[in-house]
Every structure is written in C-alpha cells, then in structure tokens.
Design a protein around this ligand. Structure first.
Ligand code: ADP
Length: 450
C-alpha cells in the first residue's frame, strides 16, 4: 500500500493536520489503535477528567450553598462522563465522513525505515509521516506499584472504576495529582497526597503555586518530603508505607493512585530512524521537523508543551509545512500558550510571570485584583484568589499574568489575546468588561495603572 502522508495517532497532534491535508487534496492514512479520534485527551485525559471535575464541583457547590446532604452517585457521574466521551467520538466520526481524503484505520504503526511502516500487518510506503503518539502515565518502581491505579484507570472510557473510595492516597505532586485530589475531596473522599520533595507544582511559578496550595481545602492532607516505599494489599484495603522526614509512616486507603508524570510513546522502530532526546522525546525543530526531513512529530511526544491546544497548533503547522512542498513555512511558538491547573479552585497563567521576569532581569510593574471583591466570586462564595498582571515598566506593555481562583481557565484566554498581541495597559483599559462577570477583575486590575 502507498500513501502521501501517514499520520500516526489520532489525537490533537494528529487529526487536525490530517483534515487540513485532505482539504488541500492530499491523500492521508491515519492510524490509531483506539479506532476513534481524540487521542488520550478524549479517551482518558482532559475531557473525562474535566467532566468529573465539573460534576464534583456541582456537588460541592450544592452542598456548600444549598445545604444539600445527598451523597454523590459516583456510578452516575462515570456514566455521564462516558456519555460525554461518546458524544465526542460520534462527532469525530461525522468529521471523518466529511474529510473523504483521510482513510482511518484501527491499528498500531511500526516503522521499518523513514519511508516504510507496518500497519495491520501490511507494509505501507509513505512520502511524509506525522508522528503524534502522545504520552502515557509513568509508573514509578516500588514494591506494590502494580496495585496502584493511574489516571487512565480513573478516567478512561467505560472504566471499571465506579465506586467512590472513602479514603484515597495519591502519590505525586504535579497537576494530575492535585487536580484528582480536589475532585475526589469535593465528592467527599478523604484524600492524602504524598509529595516526594518539599514542594508541589514544581513546574510553575513558585509564588503562583504557593497561592494555589494555600487555597486548597485544608481537608486534603498534603504530606511533603514523603517518598513512597511500598504498597501492599491487606484484605479489601491497601497499606501505603512511606518515608516521613527520615522515619517510616503508614496510611490505609481503598485506592492508591500514582500520578508521577507522563512518558512519551515512541512507535516501535522509529528510534532507529530519527533522533530521540535523553528523556525519550522525539527531537523536533520549531517547524515540527524531526531529524529525518520527511517525518514530523507533534503533540506530547515531542516534549515541547504537553497540552491539547498546543498539539493542535503543532499538527496544523506540520501539515502546512508538508503542503508547502516540505519547506519550513510554519513554526510553533509555545511561549504564548495559556496553561490551567484545573484544581477546585483552579489556577492559570500565560506569558512571563514574576519569577521568570526576575530571572531575565526585565524591569516590570505588577497590578492585581483580589477575587474576594468580585461579584460573581461572591455569588458562588468562592472568594479566594487573585488576578495578577505583569507589565514592562517603561512601556506598560503586557507581558504575562496569573489568575488563581474561580473561572481562571476562562479569564486566561482573554489575557492570552492581550499577551500574544502585545497590548499595553492603556489598550487593555479600553475594553468594557461585562457586568457581572469575573472578567471585570481584569479591568479593575488594569485601571490601577492608568
Ligand atoms: P497528542 O495530544 O499529543 O496528539 P494523545 O496522547 O492525545 O496525543 O494521543 C495520541 C494517540 O496516539 C493515542 O490515541 C494513541 O492510541 C495513539 N498511538 C500511540 N502509539 C501509536 C502507534 N504506534 N500507532 C498508532 N497510534 C498510536
């Protein structure tokens, strides 16, 4: 079999580019073992976990604001999650019928060389390939690690995890660990988090991370400097042995979840064809090109920025570069992308924030607004958190922001527009932010400078 473009993986790094290529009249073969579009993001990641987040938040708001005492029906929550996933699978199937130039095959791609691969036992010759195979939860090595669940077990489509645990231990200090902890805490589970080092959320601005951690429900038991030693099954429960400031300590739980990062998935045989970094990612340029000029790698697998919204941009850029006759006509800049930690409450950031500006010696001025004074935050009685904007001192050009608290994931989109387009405080103050929405907080913060 022959194809012009082989797309390996049908997630955010795969299908947007496949559709664009087919719209340009190119012949595309896209392959994914799931047999559905959407990748891990839809199958076991962003969509299912955020559906659970929204439902957990609903339950929590009902309990806090309306004094509801009904226990959550966790099976119903998982059913609702499955149905959202199914809705999106069906939507993607329809998109496939529109893009007739894309043949979609269920299977796993193995590479023979930089122009040949095996798909469903058959050899396929391709002119170009886009590798968008994503990442998978990593599993640390300790005795009993196989007894622990990963985010895939909690959130996968039609998962068998349907009973709300009374007590849960989460191993890890990154965003998946914290998000999961807040969802299950909101549903009423007692959650313990074991963080190996003295700090959680190491990848974000420490001042922002500190603010978020202070806002988390104190009912969540976060233990720092607590590396896990062993997990064992005792009856129906799990015993978790961990180190605690040099001594051994123990917790018992119904479920132990490991959330210790994600590992890139490189298709078999590709490691012989292109360059892989020491950390296991596929090495790419900003035009998404690998060390083999006809092969591109997009999304989580290239390690540049592991978010669906960046994977889509990368996928389209790779397609544009193929369409323009394999020249670097499109490049991806991952610096202006917004990031949200979808905890309850959430935190978001974009551009340059305090610690980076200090490290880079850029003179800056900051302004803020406390969400406690925002009308919508008051309606929900979720008054913790702030919006903080950073401007270049001389020009008042907007450089970056963080938002901690209610609606941060929405607010950061408007702030991203302003950062990416290099707006000044004056330009930002020209906008009438709608009343009553949390966006007003942006106007209040900016106006302090004008
Ligand atoms: P991204 O957002 O980075 O594109 P995802 O992790 O959401 O990535 O999706 C990657 C997809 O790639 C998954 O659906 C996975 O099943 C698929 N995949 C992984 N390995 C292979 C392979 N060898 N051949 C085809 N598809 C693969």
């Amino acid at each position: 079999m022959k194809t012009e473009v082989l797309i390996v993986g049908a997630g955010g790094g795969g299908y947007p580019g496949a559709f664009r290529l087919s719209e340009a009249g190119m012949e595309v073969l896209m392959v994914d073992p799931k047999g559905e579009l959407g990748g891990n993001c839809l199958y076991s990641g962003c969509i299912p976990s955020k559906t659970i987040r929204e439902l957990a938040q609903l339950h929590w708001r009902n309990r806090r604001l309306l004094d509801s005492r009904d226990p959550p029906d966790f099976n119903k929550i998982q059913e609702r999650k499955d149905s959202v996933q199914l809705t999106r699978f069906v939507q993607h199937r329809k998109e496939l019928t529109v893009h007739k130039g894309v043949s979609f095959v269920k299977g796993e791609v193995k590479f023979i060389n930089n122009h040949r691969a095996i798909v469903q036992g058959e050899e396929v010759e391709f002119k170009y390939a886009v590798v968008a195979t994503g990442s998978t939860p990593s599993r640390p090595h300790f005795p009993g690690a196989e007894l622990c669940l990963t985010s895939d077990d909690l959130y996968s489509y039609r998962t068998s995890f349907r009973k709300l645990p009374q007590e849960m231990v989460i191993v890890g200090g990154g965003y998946v660990a914290l998000e999961t902890a807040t969802f299950f805490n909101a549903l009423g589970s007692k959650v313990h988090i074991l963080v190996r080092s003295d700090r959680a959320l190491r990848s974000i601005d420490p001042d922002l991370g500190g603010l978020l951690l202070k806002l988390l429900d104190p009912n969540i038991d976060v233990r720092y400097n607590s590396p896990i030693l062993e997990v064992s099954k005792v009856g129906e429960k799990y015993e978790v042995l961990f180190s605690s400031s040099g001594n051994k300590d123990k917790l018992t739980a119904d479920v132990v979840v490991v959330a210790t990062g994600r590992t890139p998935v490189v298709p078999e045989g590709l490691e012989k064809v292109i360059e892989i970094t020491q950390r296991g990612f596929i090495k790419v340029t900003d035009s998404m090109r690998t060390s083999s000029s006809n092969i591109f790698a997009t999304g989580d697998v290239n390690g540049l920025a592991p978010y669906f919204h960046t994977a889509v941009g990368m996928s389209v850029a790779a397609a544009n570069n193929i369409m323009s006759g394999n020249i670097d006509s499109d490049r991806v800049d991952v610096r202006g992308i917004p990031v949200t930690v979808f905890t309850i409450p959430p935190a978001s950031y974009v551009g340059l924030t305090r610690s980076q500006l200090r490290t880079m010696n850029i003179p800056f001025i900051e302004t803020s607004f406390q969400l406690g004074d925002d009308s919508m935050a008051q309606m929900y009685d979720e008054r913790g958190g702030e919006i903080r904007l950073f401007f270049e001192r001389s020009s008042l050009r907007f450089l970056g922001a963080w938002v901690v608290g209610i609606h941060s994931g929405f607010l950061i989109n408007e702030l991203t527009q302003a950062v990416v387009n290099g707006l000044t405080a004056r330009q930002m103050s020209n906008v009438a932010e709608q009343h009553p929405t949390t966006n007003e907080a942006i106007a209040y913060a900016v106006r302090k400078l004008i």
